[in-house]
Design a protein around this ligand. Sequence first.
Ligand code: NDP
Length: 271
Amino acid sequence: MGQDQNGEKPVVIVTGGGSGIGAAAARRLARDWRVAICGRRKDPLDKVAAECGAVPFVADVSDPEAARALVADVVAHFGRLDGLVLNAGILVNALLGDMSLDDWNQQLAINLTGPFVLTQAALPHLLERKGAVVSITSVGGIQTGPGLAAYSASKAGLQLMTQALSYEYARHGLRANVVAPGWIRTEMGDEEMETMQIADDLEGAYAKVSEFVPARRAGTSDEAAEAIAWLLSPAASFVNGAVLAVDGGSLVANVGMTFFDKIMEGGGSPH
Ligand code: NDP
C-alpha cells in the first residue's frame, strides 16, 4: 500500500511481531507501512522495533480485553488502521486422547478466538480505510498430522473465519486473505524439530521433515513475509478470500506418491 493523498503511510498491526514470520513481516512491511507489533514478551518486540522502526505493544491476544485495547491503543497512537496481520500462534503437540482441555483451549484461544476478537475490534477502522487482513494459518489447517488435533482445528477455523470476512465485507472494499506456510525456520519450527527428536541437530531435522517436500527444504521467514506483503498491497487489489500456500509445494504432494518420488529422484524409473 502506498502513501495516501496526505503523504501518510498506512498503518498495520502484526500480531506476534517479535519473532519468526511476524518479525520478518514487520521488517518487510516497514518499507511501505507504519507498523505496530504485538506479543506477550517485551524484549523481542523492542529488538524488532529498534531494527525497523515498528512500534511495540505488549499484549496477549488470547485475552479479549487486551486484544480490544491493542486496537484502541494503535488507533490512538497512529490515528488510523489500514491493515491487520493475524500471525500470533502456538502449537502444543499431543495425541487427541492425551490432550488436556487446557492445551486444547489455549490453542483455540490464541490461534482462533484472539483473531476473531481483534478482527471485530479492528473492523470499523479497516472499513473506513478500505483496508486488508492477512491471516497466517498453516498447511496443517488444510491437511493434518499426528499431535495436531487442536492446532489443525484452530488453523482450519482461522481460514474459514477469514474467508467469511472476505465474503461479508468485500462489497465495502475490505479484502481478507490467508497465507498457509509449510515448514518455516523460526522459533516455533526449531522447537518442533527439537521436540520430535528426529535428528542430532536442527539442520538434520529440517532435512528429514523436508525429505518429501518438492522443494526439499524448509522456507525462511522472509519468504513468508513477501507473500504477506503482497496480499496486503494494492498489487493484490482483486485477490480476496484466497489461500496462498508458502510451502515449497508440500500441499501438492500426495502421500501415496512419495514412494515413487524417492525412486524417480535422479532419473530412476518405478518399473
Ligand atoms: P514464533 O514462535 O517465532 O512466533 C509466534 C509469535 O506469536 C511469537 O512472537 C509470540 O510472541 C506470539 N504469540 C504467541 N502467543 C501470543 C499471544 N497469546 N498473544 C500475542 N502474541 C503471541 O513462530 P512462527 O513465526 O513460526 O509462527 C508464526 C505463525 O506462523 C503462527 O501462527 C504459526 O502457527 C504459523 N506457522 C508457522 C510454521 C513454521 O513452520 N514455523 C508453519 C505453519 C504455520 P510471545 O511469545 O512473546 O507472545
